[in-house]
Write a new protein. Structure first.
Length: 226
């Protein structure tokens, strides 16, 4: 987890959508929004596991587990004075929370390296032209395959989005942030904003993320804002 986030607590789960039953919501006292009632079972399960993890993470910072509704841009609406973030992907779910007095925002994301077609799409969406040149040399420096590195960059940008989005309050795409460096020894990654998104996030603002491999093909990235 990032430096300066010693007050934040995470809950990372192994999940099995096939073992999930809809009555788990009632059983665990987790609110189910109407759109989740109508969703496919996989979505019902991932929403459940994300909220369940959030409840455990809130308990770890000494707060009661209450409802975490969904905001206008799909963001989780945390209790007052709490910042946090949720992710779920291919058998994992994670939630990360902190009292707002210690962090201005949190972002967490888990991604598994996709198949070839999806990887091409991911590259087209997430990679800036000026990052393409860096990627090959970074593969050697960071001791990562190109697919893993692209997945890491994609995940880092999604964590960046989740952390900034509650302040920026509008959608911004992957082109607004550029990879500056990866430190494979300490598993750190730096993204830099190329445009101003908000007075608190001017062009040149740098997000210092941490990352980890939670499986050989699955990355976790996270960002805590000071
Ligand atoms: C919102 C987004 C980041 C979610 O990431 P994802 O890999 O699709 O899915 P994950 O499982 O990791 O995360 C989903 C969770 O993100 C959270 N989330 C969704 N929208 C959010 C927002 N606007 N702000 C903060 N968190 C948000 C939710 O908790 C959601 O889970 P839930 O619906 O079960 O509550 C992604 O769908 C997206 O829209 N990305 C485009 C914007 C972007 O990343 N720009 C890059 C800027 S450099």
């Amino acid at each position: 987890m990032p430096q300066g986030s010693q007050h934040a607590r995470a809950c990372i789960l192994r999940t099995d959508a096939k073992a999930f039953a809809l009555n788990s919501y009632e059983h665990e006292g987790i609110q189910r929004p109407p759109n989740i009632d109508r969703a496919i079972p996989k979505r019902q399960a991932e929403f459940f596991f994300g909220r369940w993890g959030a409840g455990r993470a809130l308990a770890r910072i000494g707060l009661p587990t209450g409802p975490i509704p969904v905001g206008r841009t799909r963001e989780p609406l945390w209790p007052r004075n709490v910042v946090g973030s949720i992710t779920h992907s291919h058998g994992f779910a994670a939630a990360w929370v902190c009292r707002a007095e210690y962090a201005a925002g949190l972002g967490i994301d888990i991604e598994r390296v996709p198949g070839t077609a999806e990887l091409t799409a991911l590259q087209n969406i997430a990679l800036r032209p000026d990052e393409a040149d860096m990627i090959d040399s970074l593969c050697a420096d960071a001791k990562m395959t190109r697919p893993l590195l692209l997945t890491l960059l994609f995940s880092a940008k999604e964590s960046f989005f989740k952390a900034l989005s509650p302040t920026v309050k509008k959608y911004f795409d992957f082109q607004v942030a550029r990879l500056v460096k990866i430190d494979a020894t300490d598993r750190k990654l730096v993204l830099e904003l190329k445009v101003e998104l908000h007075p608190k996030f001017p062009a040149g603002y740098r997000g210092n993320l941490n990352y980890d491999l939670i499986e050989h093909d699955t990355v976790l990235t996270c960002l805590s804002l000071c």
